[in-house]
Design a protein around this ligand. Structure first.
Ligand code: NDP
Length: 487
């Protein structure tokens, strides 16, 4: 059995060591404390997990949607019961402020489980009369879903992928990010407690090689990744070998457009939500903030006043707004981007430096940073930084700002602040993005489809739409009358 500071793989309803008995450390990014030594899954472990998941298919599929929904509902209740524990786990493993994790991580995961618990009994086909008879369609589960997660919302990502997959009757193998493996392992235990049968929900922590073993595996019917754009392309290429279905939730460099008639206080709130929640480590962030030239100074004055009130500190402290970057390495990359911003001539308005936090000297804390006077060709404006760095760009004309907002390889999200409803809908219609907000930013109700276009991904999570990515349609023609063969 594992010692208290060790975590094993979760395969077929129990903790098991990895085949080659390798471990990796998972670290609190604020303090550097080793939280656990985690078994490092490899190809052989993915084989074992996929075999368990395949073996579990008949029994899981045999349950009615109502029965599967009941189990998922119990799991959502257990996640809520363990809210404090899971929120603290996410805070320690990912460095996210404890002020955020109960709602943004735990409640969001539980909401998703609850939503798909309800949907499990409502997966429907269609029926149509046609020449010579009628046809109907049967939405059927795909089989084994392989899922690979990023480190910024580990529990939420596990729930967002597992809930629709399980509701639709699939079994599941999850490879969490090696930086944040703990909450998915805990979720697996809770799933068992809720009544999820052994083999239906498996978790294999490990590195990229474990993810690749999943995406290339012939026993996996679908792969769903949340990660960077380059990883997405590799996963899609790997999945092509066995012609799997693929869903990709990738990175972004999203625009937030603030028109001259916007409620500026709301626009500033939106810009804060779009840049500094989870210390900027959010894929949908609106990091290119286009502000109409006539209100730019007023916007910046209000913005800076509020940014400088944000509390940078130990994520365990309830008043902390901004925690450490996920790792010192990632923190250094964010600081390099800030340096590149300064070098390229952007005007640093606030932040722009590393902050030392007493008791958390290991962590790389980056002060919320705002650059003004940015140009579209600057590196900080073109590339995803995944840290608390906002670029403010000026514009004067609607067509101009739409063209500039769309001038990116990405298409994850976009936001518009204006009081002119006609303009709001016209601009949103012209923006190339999968998730859009009018007069708000970064809220993701579970009922709303979530996913990017262009270089930001393929497919949608959440909403009834997600179920279509976890089922395949069988068409059945039923003849009426004799068969009129020409032979
Ligand atoms: P990565 O792309 O580096 O990693 C994502 C996951 O893929 C990790 O579990 C990683 O394992 C695994 N992986 C790495 N290489 C391979 C491979 N060749 N085959 C299969 N799996 C592999 O992303 P990060 O974890 O750094 O997360 C940040 C990125 O995720 C950002 O670009 C962000 O925009 C994006 N993201 C997108 C979201 C969305 O919904 N659109 C939401 C959240 C984040 P390991 O950890 O061991 O490297």
């Amino acid at each position: 059995m594992p010692q208290s500071a060790q975590r094993y793989l979760w395969i077929d309803g129990r903790f098991v060591p990895s085949r080659d008995d390798q471990f990796f450390k998972t670290i609190n990014p604020a303090t550097g404390t080793v939280l656990a030594e985690v078994a490092r899954g490899g190809g052989g472990d993915i084989d074992a997990a996929v075999a368990a998941a395949r073996a579990a298919i008949p029994a899981w599929r045999a349950l009615s949607g109502v029965e599967r929904g009941r189990i998922l509902h119990r799991l959502s209740m257990l996640v809520r019961e363990h809210r404090d524990e899971l929120a603290a786990l996410e805070m320690r493993d990912g460095g996210k402020p404890i002020a955020e994790t109960p709602e943004a991580d735990v409640d969001s995961g539980a909401d998703c489980l609850e939503y798909f618990a309800g949907q499990a009994s409502s997966i429907q086909g269609e029926y149509q009369e046609v020449d010579g008879g009628f046809f109907y369609t049967r939405p059927e589960p795909l089989g084994v879903v392989g899922a690979i997660g990023a480190w910024n919302y580990p529990l939420q990502i596990a729930c967002w992928k597992a809930a629709p997959a399980l509701a639709a009757g699939n079994t599941f193998v999850f490879k969490p990010s090696e930086l944040t493996p703990l909450s998915a392992l805990r979720l697996a235990e809770l799933a068992q407690e809720a009544g999820v049968p052994a083999g239906v929900f498996n978790v294999v922590p490990g590195f990229g090689e474990a993810g690749q073993a999943l995406s290339t595996h012939p026993g996996v019917d679908k792969i769903s990744l949340t990660g960077g754009a380059d990883t997405g392309k590799r996963v899609m290429a790997d999945a092509a070998g066995t012609l799997k279905e693929v869903s990709l939730e990738l990175g972004g460099k999203s625009p937030l457009v603030i028109f001259e008639d916007a409620d500026l206080d709301n626009a500033v709130s939106g810009a804060l939500l779009a840049n500094f929640f989870t210390q900027g480590e959010i894929c949908t962030n609106g990091t290119r903030v286009f502000v109409h030239e006539s209100v730019r100074t007023a916007f910046l004055d209000k913005l800076v006043e509020r940014v400088e009130r944000l509390v940078i500190g130990d994520p365990a402290e309830p008043e902390t707004d901004v925690g450490p970057m996920i790792s010192p390495e990632h923190g250094r990359q964010v600081l390099e981007y800030i340096e590149a911003g300064k070098q390229s001539g952007a005007r640093l308005v606030t932040g722009g430096e590393r902050v030392t936090v007493a008791g958390c000297e290991h962590g790389v804390f980056v002060a919320p940073t705002v650059f003004d006077g940015c140009r579209d060709d600057m590196q900080i404006v073109r590339e995803e930084i995944f840290g608390p760095v906002m670029s403010v760009l000026s514009f004067t004309d609607e067509d101009e700002v739409v063209a500039r907002a769309n001038n990116t390889e990405f298409g994850l999200a976009a936001g518009v602040f204006t009081r002119d409803l006609e303009r709001a809908h016209r601009v949103i219609g012209a923006l190339e993005a999968g998730i859009c907000w009018i007069n708000h930013y970064n809220i993701t109700p579970i009922e709303m489809p979530f996913g990017g276009i262009k270089g930001s991904g393929i497919g949608k999570e959440n909403s009834r739409r997600a179920l279509s990515h976890y089922t395949r349609i069988k068409s059945v023609f039923v003849a009426r009358g004799a068969v009129d063969a020409p032979y």
